[in-house]
Design a protein around this ligand. Structure first.
Ligand SMILES: O=c1ccn([C@@H]2O[C@H](COP(=O)(O)OP(=O)(O)O)[C@@H](O)[C@H]2O)c(=O)[nH]1
Ligand SMILES: O=C(/C=C/c1ccccc1)O[C@@H]1O[C@H](CO)[C@@H](O)[C@H](O)[C@H]1O
Length: 497
């Protein structure tokens, strides 16, 4: 036991993630890249994750993911509490109980916590940096959305730029390194009508106290977001180290195992079905793990899929708790009327679906993990964003990455099936569609280059490992330098911001 503990503390990094699959998996993949450079890695998250992992698989334990040890602490709520519907209460209780429960976990598992090289946290659990201070351990943040979102929030919550207000809700926002943004392009948490008070509070504290983080790493790559990454480098730099997606999507060794957790059991039969479809023919539709679409919007999508008469694969994840009037459910006529045209599953093996040659395009809510997986698969997107970062991600897809189109809402906030049908034709037929596919393939190649040996992301990981393991850096404290793998940020390291 004493020997195991000694090993755990030697060259060890502890990752701490919020409980959602889209937050844990990029952290685990970062862990895998650190482990490949000789670092011992554990990941701590809340008990609800262990519960979901055990429910989704036949395995009797949830203690390791490809060499990364998993540790769990309580968020202060019972396992059957509906966290999604009571978001503000959840974030509040997590913020109150998380720090002491994580601190107790560290005490229990590490005899000398001070020896930990670093704690790495993500944005929804920013209080991890206070636990790091308690134990005198350096702290890094893995930013799990586009670097654009990091720059927007940094400027908004430090009041460096003007954003919409109740008196001027329609103002256009102009920020360095980004296109002009209207209110429908901005993250929902910065808008005056955002109903979730916990997030502006959390982000204000986070972005006004960034000095607690010695490093900010980003799940993105320099070549994808260079203008906005350069634009923030003199304020508080972010070092892109992604895309943190399965190795198979990055053209890496097919034998390399992915580091990820599955909170829902995926239906593998859709892969057999895809294999029977013509190349580049299938419309893949999914809105991720959290979004539940109102019945009217489900109806519009169903009608559009039926009318375009193309094969489709639609993920309809049953809501975990009861929803109002048919939200998240298929219209009653749909399965019968499209039975020879497509498949509906409750949860798909998404990364295998996106890289399948039969898939032509993806109608998506624009969660950042889904977007990165699509970029790495080289296919175009149809954006239907809902909340948080998704509207801005949609703006990036259309106006910056130029790999897709966006479903425009009607004045009453609904969508029409005709508009969806038009979007499908736009990404599948004609010269504009061909250009989108070309752009998507070019970004896929850039993503592979970034993570390959000596690529921009690989170099940033190397630098991070060098800095967390370097004794004199630990003692003297590190300057917060940006991405040193390209010229734009060299001046930052000279100044030692
Ligand atoms: O049927 C599905 C739908 C989604 N995902 C995975 O769930 C994650 C969703 O993360 P994202 O950030 O896109 O959205 P969120 O679900 O967090 O809103 C991605 O890694 C997807 O590959 C999946 O495996 N199967
Ligand atoms: O994964 C989430 C979690 C949101 C959540 C769930 C329950 C209670 C509070 C919050 O959000 C997704 O994260 C992705 C990465 O940050 C992001 O790109 C997606 O848009 C979010 O849906």
């Amino acid at each position: 036991m004493a020997q195991a503990e000694e090993k755990r503390e030697e060259n060890h990094v502890l990752l701490v993630a919020f409980s959602s699959q889209g937050h844990i998996n990029p952290m685990l993949r970062l862990g895998k890249r650190l482990a490949a450079r000789g670092i011992h890695v554990s990941l701590a998250t809340t008990e609800i994750v262990r519960h979901r992992m055990l429910k989704s698989s036949s395995a009797g334990a949830a203690d390791h993911v490809t060499g990364i040890e998993l540790l769990f602490f309580s968020d202060g709520l019972s396992l059957d509490y509906d966290r999604k519907t009571n978001l503000d209460v959840y974030m509040d209780i997590l913020g109150k109980h998380g720090p002491s429960n994580l601190s107790a976990l560290i005490k229990e598992h590490y005899t000398s916590p001070k020896k930990l090289l670093c704690l790495v946290t993500n944005p929804f659990v920013p209080w991890v940096s206070d636990v790091a201070v308690e134990y005198n351990i350096p702290c890094a943040m893995l930013w799990i959305q586009p670097c654009a979102l990091y720059a927007i929030y940094y400027r908004c919550f430090n009041k460096l730029s003007a954003f919409p207000t109740l008196t001027d809700p329609d103002m256009v926002v102009e920020l360095p390194g980004l296109p002009s943004m209207e209110k429908e392009d901005l993250p929902s948490f910065v808008l005056p009508n955002n109903p979730f008070g916990s997030f502006p509070k959390l982000f204000s504290e986070l972005f006004q106290g960034m000095e607690k983080f010695k490093w900010v790493l980003g799940n993105s790559f320099y070549e994808l977001e260079k203008h906005v990454i350069d634009s923030i480098c003199e304020l508080y730099p972010i070092r892109p180290i992604g895309p943190l997606v399965p190795p198979t999507l990055l053209g890496q060794d097919q034998e390399l195992e992915d580091a990820s957790v599955d909170m829902w059991k995926s239906d593998e039969t859709c892969i057999e079905w895809l294999t029977q479809q013509p190349p580049s023919s299938v419309i893949y539709v999914s809105f991720g793990s959290i979004v539940v679409l109102p019945a009217k919007q489900m109806e519009a999508i169903a009608m559009a899929l039926k009318n375009v008469k193309r094969p489709f694969l639609w993920v309809v994840k049953p809501p975990e708790f009861p929803t109002p009037d048919g939200a998240g459910q298929l219209p009653s006529w749909f399965l019968e009327e499209t039975k020879d045209q497509g498949q509906v599953v409750r949860w798909s093996p998404q990364t295998r679906v996106l890289s399948h040659p039969a898939v032509a395009c993806f109608i998506t809510h624009c969660g950042w993990n889904s977007m990165l997986e699509t970029i790495c698969s080289g296919i175009p997107l149809i954006a239907y964003p809902q909340w948080t970062d998704q509207p801005t991600n949609a703006k990036l897809i259309v106006d910056v990455f130029k790999i897709g189109v966006r479903i425009k809402k009607e004045a009453d906030g609904n969508i029409s099936s005709e508009v969806i049908e038009k979007c499908i034709e736009e990404v599948m037929v004609g010269p504009a569609a061909e250009q989108l596919r070309k752009n998507a393939m070019a970004l896929k190649a850039e993503a592979q280059k970034a993570v390959a040996a000596d690529g921009s992301s690989d170099e940033n990981i190397r630098l991070f490992v060098e800095e967390i393991t370097c004794d004199s850096c630990k003692k003297d404290g590190l300057p917060n330098v940006g991405n040193l793998s390209h010229e734009g940020q060299d001046k930052v390291s000279d100044k030692g911001v």
